[in-house]
Design a protein around this ligand. Structure first.
Ligand SMILES: NC(=O)c1ccc[n+]([C@@H]2O[C@H](COP(=O)([O-])OP(=O)(O)OC[C@H]3O[C@@H](n4cnc5c(N)ncnc54)[C@H](O)[C@@H]3O)[C@@H](O)[C@H]2O)c1
Length: 265
């Protein structure tokens, strides 16, 4: 039997590159999937791909910054497939670079709203449905930058670090409901969004690759494999953890050269 048979997964940011890879993998493993995205068009494209591949899928327009929209997306998922067992929080916004002196309060608040308060809102409305289904799992897509910081990126790093900690508290609060809550911290994943920062995918391979112990950026499918595992019965004893899928980014500070010196990353 497919590992996620009988699961119904709502994936925020399900039209994006990592979100759609997670959705496709979960559909392939037997889950019914609901894609929520600010871009209805992108959510529908993922839905159509999943259906064409033989899966069960629905798409909803979702703005995770809006409490009403978060509530409506959960209701839509339940209306589409009768229950909700899995919530995957992937949506995030591009946050501006800057320091506390140059960033505006509006920019700071927007980052927190889309990257962090969204998880609070989606869980607020998702948890009662997961409980009704007899339990389930929540997976929050954080970042390696929630573990190690980068200069001038306080809004992104801070929201992701907070997401990792929120995951641990959610796990404690909802263990009695048979709800497991985990996060995934990807390293640099080769998507349009991450590549744009360095001027394209070739540059991303060249510049970001060496920052990983495995000497390359990751692929969206490598995050999807971890998410499907955490959602499945194979992870039945895993809750409150952060799964680093980062090619060794966080572990790694320097590479030993043939002359015995170390090149620091
Ligand atoms: N790509 C990387 O290198 C990398 C590394 C670590 C963590 N991550 C995390 O992985 C996730 C996905 O990243 P990606 O590279 O696939 O990005 P992406 O831009 O392809 O996907 C993000 C999706 O979120 C959607 N979105 C944005 N604002 C939204 C809102 N208000 N409401 C609903 N949907 C909204 C976008 O439309 C988009 O489809 C993000 O949480 C990101 O922080 C990415």
């Amino acid at each position: 039997m497919p590992r996620l048979d009988g699961h119904v997964a709502l994936i925020t940011g399900g039209g994006g590159e990592i979100g759609s890879a997670i959705a496709m993998r979960m559909a392939l493993e037997g889950a019914s999937i609901v894609l929520g995205d600010l871009s209805g068009e992108k959510a529908e494209a993922t839905r159509d791909r999943a259906i064409a591949a033989g899966g069960r899928a629905a798409a909803v327009h979702l703005d995770v910054a809006s409490p009403e929209s978060c509530e409506a997306s959960v209701a839509s998922a339940v209306a589409a497939f009768g229950k909700l067992t899995t919530l995957v929080n992937v949506a995030a916004t591009s946050t501006p670079d800057g320091t506390v002196e140059t960033l505006s309060l509006a920019q700071w608040n927007a980052a927190f709203s889309v990257n962090l308060t969204s998880v609070f809102l989606m869980c607020k409305h998702g948890v009662p449905e997961l409980r009704k289904a007899g339990g389930g799992s929540i997976i929050n897509i954080a970042s390696q930058l929630g573990h190690v910081g980068i200069q001038r990126r306080a809004p992104y790093c801070t929201t992701k670090a907070a997401m990792i900690f929120l995951t641990k508290i959610l796990a404690q609060d909802h263990a009695p409901d048979n709800i497991r809550v985990n996060s995934i911290s990807p390293g640099v994943i080769l998507t349009e969004r991450s590549s744009k920062r360095v001027g394209g995918k070739d540059n991303a391979r060249r510049l970001n690759g060496p920052r990983h112990l495995l000497n390359r950026p990751g692929e969206p499918e490598e995050i999807a494999a971890g998410a499907a595992f955490l959602a499945s019965g194979d992870a039945s004893f895993i809750t409150g953890t952060d799964l680093l899928i980062d090619g060794g980014y966080v572990t790694f500070k320097g590479r030993m050269l043939s002359d015995g010196t170390t090149k620091m990353i």
